[in-house]
Design a protein around this ligand. Structure first.
Ligand SMILES: Cc1cc2nc3c(=O)[nH]c(=O)nc-3n(C[C@H](O)[C@H](O)[C@H](O)COP(=O)(O)OP(=O)(O)OC[C@H]3O[C@@H](n4cnc5c(N)ncnc54)[C@H](O)[C@@H]3O)c2cc1C
Length: 312
């Protein structure tokens, strides 16, 4: 029986980066790759892009049923790695199984190196200010969650598809589903992001950032207080270690001081532009371009100039 990697996500769209990660292990360690997720168009896009096997769950399932399905897949197989996205749900499912199997688990892995008898996993620590390298032995089952956008899919394979129809009964009685207020936009995938911080004095003023965003094709994100405390924008747009990590080509931070918890979510941005009225704001230590100005004076002028350029 050949050794294998199981890549799993309860949300098919989130499989892409774990598969990119697993493809590296598959190629270097000559492992078989089995991907498991819910049947959907995004899942089918993964065919021939790494997985040797793609198993699609046909029915609607919840957390403990995913766990049971995965447990069954792990039984009787020589599984070396179980890889998933770093979403709350996937992390929760993997953590339960890892605990049950007394296996190691590493979360939010953003890079890896492979040596002869071991692999080195890299994780950001201290809010992204340091990288922790963990050398793990190349034996036993290892559970890994992968942080987004690092691992693009490059491998071509032939994928065999099958369906999982036998769904274990849930031990959970689902009484009510209440959706979180969502903006419908995943800012972790945006090419240009404008971050609004407490430099904005009230909700109404965020219109300035929104106007700029519509002119340059940006998505609006924020520091935690603006989303979590003031509730001026949906919570799925807050950036940082306890919110979303972003990786845009351009991040424009406006009225954001640059607390380590915020910086932890923006460090993979290609270019960072920061606007703050305090020249000593820590955000300037991370910015490629620094604008020391009052946002209420600077933004209207910037918006006017962009509009003029667009019409000329
Ligand atoms: C466990 C934990 C997790 C956290 N997770 C996160 C997280 O994920 N993301 C996150 O963002 N924070 C997080 N925080 C909060 C973080 O520590 C900071 O409190 C927060 O990032 C500060 O937000 P801010 O920069 O908008 O506000 P402030 O720190 O108050 O900064 C506002 C900035 O605006 C500037 N300013 C004011 N008026 C103007 C003006 N008119 N024009 C231009 N500039 C102006 C000020 O000079 C200042 O630099 C976390 C905290 C904890 C304890």
């Amino acid at each position: 029986m050949s050794e294998n990697i199981i890549v799993f996500s309860s949300e098919p769209k989130k499989l892409i980066y774990p598969i990119g990660f697993a493809n590296i292990l598959k190629t270097k360690l000559n492992l078989k790759l089995t991907a498991i997720t819910i049947e959907s168009d995004s899942a089918e896009e993964l065919i021939d892009k790494g997985p040797d096997e793609l198993k699609l769950i046909r029915n609607k399932v919840i957390q403990d049923q995913f766990e049971d399905i995965l447990r069954k897949e792990l039984m009787g197989k020589k599984t070396r790695y179980v890889v998933s996205s770093s979403s709350y749900n996937d992390t929760d499912i993997l953590a339960r199984l890892a605990g049950e199997m007394n296996a190691y688990m590493f979360t939010d892995v953003h890079d890896l190196e492979i040596e002869e008898n071991s692999i080195i996993l890299k994780r950001k620590v201290f809010g992204g200010r340091a990288i922790s390298k963990i050398k793990v032995p190349n034996k036993g089952v290892l559970f890994i969650t992968v942080s987004s956008r690092r691992f693009e899919i490059e491998l071509k394979t032939q994928t065999e598809m099958s369906y999982i129809d036998a769904i274990p009964e849930s031990r959970v009685k689902l009484e009510k589903v209440e959706r979180k207020v969502s903006s419908g936009v995943d800012i972790s995938q945006a090419e240009i992001v404008i971050g609004v911080g407490r430099g904005f004095k009230n909700k109404e003023d965020i219109k300035l950032a929104e106007e700029l965003a519509s002119l340059i094709g940006a998505q609006i994100g924020s520091s935690r207080p603006v989303a979590a405390d003031y509730k001026w924008i949906p919570e799925d747009r807050w950036i940082g270690i306890s919110g979303k990590s972003i990786r845009p080509n351009l991040y424009f931070a406006i009225g954001i001081s640059g607390a380590p918890q915020h910086i932890g979510g923006i460090q993979d941005s290609k270019i960072i532009v920061a606007l703050d009225k305090d020249k000593n704001a820590p955000i300037f230590n991370y910015a490629d371009y620094c604008i020391v100005a009052d946002l209420y004076e600077f933004l209207p002028v910037l918006i006017k100039k962009i509009k003029e350029r667009k019409t000329s």
